[in-house]
Structure formats: structure tokens, C-alpha cells
Design a protein around this ligand. Structure first.
Ligand code: HEM
Length: 484
């Protein structure tokens, strides 16, 4: 990797360790610095490098490379899924097909459940309070809401109201991140032992099986097929019907449910927290959003179609994600073979790669012309994707082509959901879910920051690369008059 420029201390191993420590605290600053200087660069990590890519031609190379630059292997390396969930999950695409197919197809038919669970979750946060402002911790409350909705959509009302079940699903991801990091420090021959000793994935899976068993048995007795009744139309049924016979068993279903919950809960909770903090800080957006929500609901009722028509809300959600929610490095990949990019740059097998996500999402001009000053001037005239990129403009995307700029669109200037065949298959559900929660909340409650009116609580960096909304921030909610 010598031919790839380094950002941060470089030289012998002592410098490398110093660089890795710097990455751990300030990786996001180093990546921004690299983004402004190079189209490809590397930053030090403890025992390796992370190569950062910056430019649409590299995105295209990643897309075309397929399994040579592998997403599942990169994910497995980070989360040590072989030891924290189950070996072999990364080669298996059954649950991906189910998310892309049955789950996404059923968002409209299951929409009433989404609304009902949203209302129940919001209600439980206010705990019977009537007209007074109630202070709630923003992030924890959002995790509670999203876990309930995911449980309802994935497994039905019995489990969405069961705090032990939603608690297990919430905490799995936290434990997995910590456990995965710890296991990754050990050599391969010790990983299985360490995994069993510290993580106990089998014990955790058994707990989930105990919750799913009675539901699955009841369905098997009734008959579990594509034409099931509305009550059984959920992830358990979709996974069962989407699996070959050999994998139609409780254990496999439980593992996939865990994996999908890990993928779904905290990503969506982070996004919703960013949106609520933005709403509470920039309250002038609330009335225009309420007007849009009311008129869409008047036309369509509370349906998925009404949610899709809420363009201002879509833009507000996207702007919150663009400005606050982007990790410094996204679209992680692991080179499974030696690889040469289309510009001739070579990386050896085993190299970890990522894209300069946050810097792209906040670039003033199109990064297409990055590093070529004359064309950059041209791009400033013609391609100002994010004028004043550091300013929160909630309706920035309202008048833009929805095919390219609505929240679910994949776009090389907004890389939140990744690219190519691994682009997030759950994004249609996630966006419907977030917009629905915000729409119901705005129609039912007033919202404001508890402290420092108008000053959005600062986000937090984790391991220098991942950003999370401020976990200590609180918001205040107050009930308005009842919904029609
Ligand atoms: C706002 C919420 C979400 C965000 C920001 C998000 C983001 C992402 C990203 C960045 C990837 C990797 C794409 C790549 O590197 O090319 C991904 C993959 C994935 N996401 Fe999401 N996601 C969200 C919600 C969800 C939900 C609700 C589900 C539901 C099950 C889900 C399921 C998945 C799955 C299964 C993958 C793996 C895809 C594969 O291996 O091909 N995600 N997501």
C-alpha cells in the first residue's frame, strides 16, 4: 500500500501505533483532511490500514467488483458474526431475499400495524400525562419505539409488547459490537473459544427461540403458507416460506430474526433520533410539516401512500441524515483477492476499504470533479449539490427529482444506504417507519428541546469513525388535541 498516500503519522511501527490512536479519537477529521487532498488515501488502524476512496469511478469499481471486494466478509470481520451470531450466515442470502421481497411488498398491507404500534409506543412514553410538557431521554425513547415497531412488523403484537423480548433484540447489537471487537483481537484458532466464553451466542439464540417457538408452532398447526391470515403475515412466516426445507426450523428462523433486528434497530433509531433532535431544535419547520401531513392524510387516510406523498417530511428526514447522521467511512469492503482499480491503483488481498461517506454527503459541489480545479469551477456553476452544506436546510430536497433525491434513492452524492447489490434492502421499510413515527408524533404532540432552546445537542463520535446522536439529550413532548 506504499503508493497510496497516508493521512496521519506514518513511518515505523511506533508512528503507526500513534496514528492508530489518533484514528481512534479523530478518524473523522483525518478522513475529511484526506478527502480534501486525495482521491485515494489510507489511515492507520491498530494492526492494519483502512484505505479510503473518494470519487464516483471508485464507487463504480466497487459495484462491479462484486465478491472480490466483499461486503459480507468486511461485516463479518468487524462483527465476527461467525462467533457472535452463527457461522455461514454471510454466505446465505435467504433473509436478504425475504427483506427485498415479502417484507418490502407487505409494507402497505401492514401499515395499520405500524401506526397502531407507533401510537402505543408514544403513549407508553408519556405514561398517561395530559397537557403538561413531559421530558424524555431522546435516544432511549426512540430505541424503545423502534424496537416495538420492528417486533410488531417481524413477529406480531404478542412480542412487540413484551419488554424482555424487545430488550434482548435491542441489546444484541450492543453486545455484538463489543464482543465482535474483543474477539477480533484473538488469533483465528482461539476465536471460537473466546466467542463461547464471552459472548455465549447459543444461549442468546436459545432465549429468542423460546419466544418464537409457541408462535411458530401455532402457525404450523394452522398451516403456514403465502395465503396466511393478516395476523400471521410477518417476518416469521416470510422467512419460513422463503427458506428451503432443510432450513425450515426454529433455530434458523431465530438466527435470521436476530440478524435482521441487528441490521434494523439501531440504524433506524439513530436516524429517528437525528430527526427528532432537528425538529426540536428547528421548530419553525413544524407548522409547514403539519400542514403537509394533514393534507396528505385528508386525501389518502393514514396509509403508506399518504406517507409517500409527504415530500417536505422526506426532505427533512434526509437533511437530518445528510448533515448529522453520516459516518466518516461508509460502504466498507474487504479485498478477497489482489485488486486493481480502473485508475490503475493496486491493493493487495486482505485490504480493508471504505468510502468517505460523510465528506461526500456534505460536499458543496459535486465531488465528481474533485481534485481538478478548472472543472471544479465549472461544477460550482452547474452542479452545486449542497450549497451551504453545513447549514441545516430541512426542505433542501423538496423540489429536486424524487427519483434521485428522495430519502430511499441510491445516489453517488448521498451514500447512506451503500451501493450496488448490497445497498440496504431495508431502506423502504426504515423510511416509511421513520416518517410515520414523525407524522403521528407531530399531529399528536408538541415537541421542543428541554435545554438550550434552538441549540441542537452535539452528536458524538465513536472510535473516531462512527457518529451517533447525543445519547444524553432530552426532548419535551406535550399532548395536543386528539387525532381525527
Ligand atoms: C435508516 C436506517 C438504515 C440505514 C441507514 C441502513 C444502512 C445500511 C447500509 C449502509 C448497508 C450496507 C450497504 C453497502 O455497504 O453497500 C445496509 C445493509 C443492510 N441493511 Fe440496512 N440500513 C437501515 C435500515 C435497515 C432495516 C430497517 C433493515 C431491515 C431488515 C435493514 C437491513 C439490511 C440488510 C439485511 C443489509 C445487508 C445487505 C446485504 O448484505 O446485501 N437495514 N444497511
Amino acid at each position: 500500500l506504499d503508493q497510496i498516500p497516508t493521512v496521519g503519522p506514518s513511518g515505523n511501527w511506533i508512528y503507526h501505533i500513534a496514528g492508530a490512536v489518533k484514528t481512534f479519537f479523530y478518524g473523522y477529521r483525518m478522513i475529511q483532511e484526506g478527502y480534501e487532498m486525495y482521491r485515494i488515501f489510507k489511515i492507520p488502524r491498530y494492526c492494519s490500514w483502512l484505505v479510503l476512496l473518494n470519487g464516483p469511478e471508485y464507487l463504480e469499481d466497487i459495484r462491479k467488483a462484486g465478491a472480490q471486494l466483499s461486503f459480507p466478509e468486511a461485516l463479518n470481520k468487524a462483527g465476527q458474526f461467525d462467533y457472535t451470531i452463527s457461522p455461514g450466515l454471510r454466505e446465505d442470502v435467504i433473509h436478504l431475499n425475504v427483506v427485498r421481497g415479502s417484507m418490502t411488498r407487505n409494507i402497505a398491507s401492514r401499515f395499520p400495524d405500524l401506526v397502531d404500534e407507533t401510537d402505543k409506543a408514544l403513549e407508553s412514553l408519556l405514561d398517561g400525562a395530559t397537557q403538561d410538557w413531559v421530558v424524555i431521554p431522546c435516544y432511549l425513547s426512540v430505541v424503545h419505539i423502534i424496537s416495538r415497531i420492528s417486533a410488531r412488523f417481524f413477529a406480531g403484537p404478542k412480542l412487540s409488547s413484551n419488554k424482555t423480548y424487545t430488550g434482548i433484540m435491542q441489546s444484541y447489537a450492543f453486545h455484538l459490537i463489543k464482543g465482535g471487537f474483543f474477539i477480533s483481537l484473538f488469533p483465528s484458532f482461539l476465536k471460537a473459544f473466546v466467542g463461547r466464553a464471552i459472548f455465549d451466542s447459543q444461549g442468546r439464540i436459545r432465549k429468542v427461540e423460546n419466544f418464537l417457538r409457541p408462535i411458530l408452532n401455532e402457525r404450523l398447526e394452522k398451516g403456514i403458507d403465502e395465503n396466511c391470515d393478516a395476523e400471521s403475515n410477518d417476518m416469521i412466516t416470510w422467512l419460513w416460506n422463503g427458506s428451503p426445507e432443510a432450513q425450515q426450523n426454529l433455530h434458523d428462523i431465530a438466527i435470521r430474526m436476530i440478524y435482521l433486528n441487528v441490521a434494523a434497530i439501531h440504524t433506524t433509531a439513530n436516524l429517528l433520533t437525528h430527526v427528532l433532535l432537528s425538529l426540536a431544535a428547528y421548530t419553525s419547520y413544524i407548522e409547514p410539516l403539519r400542514e403537509e401531513i394533514s393534507s396528505a392524510v385528508e386525501r389518502e387516510g393514514w396509509t403508506k401512500s399518504a406517507i409517500e406523498q409527504m415530500r417536505k417530511l422526506d426532505s427533512f428526514v434526509k437533511e437530518s441524515q445528510r448533515l448529522y447522521g453520516g459516518d466518516a467511512a461508509m460502504i466498507v469492503r474487504l479485498a478477497m483477492t489482489d485488486f486493481r482499480f480502473s485508475d490503475g491503483t493496486f491493493i493487495p488481498k486482505g485490504t480493508s476499504l471504505a468510502v468517505t461517506g460523510r465528506a461526500i454527503n456534505q460536499d458543496e459541489a459535486s465531488f465528481i470533479y474533485h481534485g481538478r480545479p478548472i472543472l471544479l469551477m465549472y461544477s460550482l456553476v452547474l452542479k452545486r449539490y449542497y450549497p451551504n452544506p453545513q447549514e441545516f436546510q430541512g426542505f433542501r430536497f423538496v423540489d429536486k427529482d424524487p427519483l434521485k433525491w428522495q430519502m430511499t434513492s441510491l445516489n453517488s452524492q448521498f451514500v447512506t444506504y451503500g451501493i450496488g447489490r448490497h445497498a440496504c434492502p431495508g431502506r423502504f421499510f426504515a423510511v416509511t417507519e421513520v416518517k410515520t413515527v414523525v407524522a403521528r408524533l407531530l399531529m399528536e404532540y408538541d415537541i421542543r428541546l428541554t435545554d438550550n432552546e434552538g441549540v441542537r445537542p452535539a452528536d458524538q463520535w465513536c472510535t473516531g469513525i462512527f457518529v451517533a446522536p447525543n445519547k444524553k439529550a432530552t426532548i419535551s413532548l406535550r399532548r395536543r388535541s386528539r387525532l381525527p
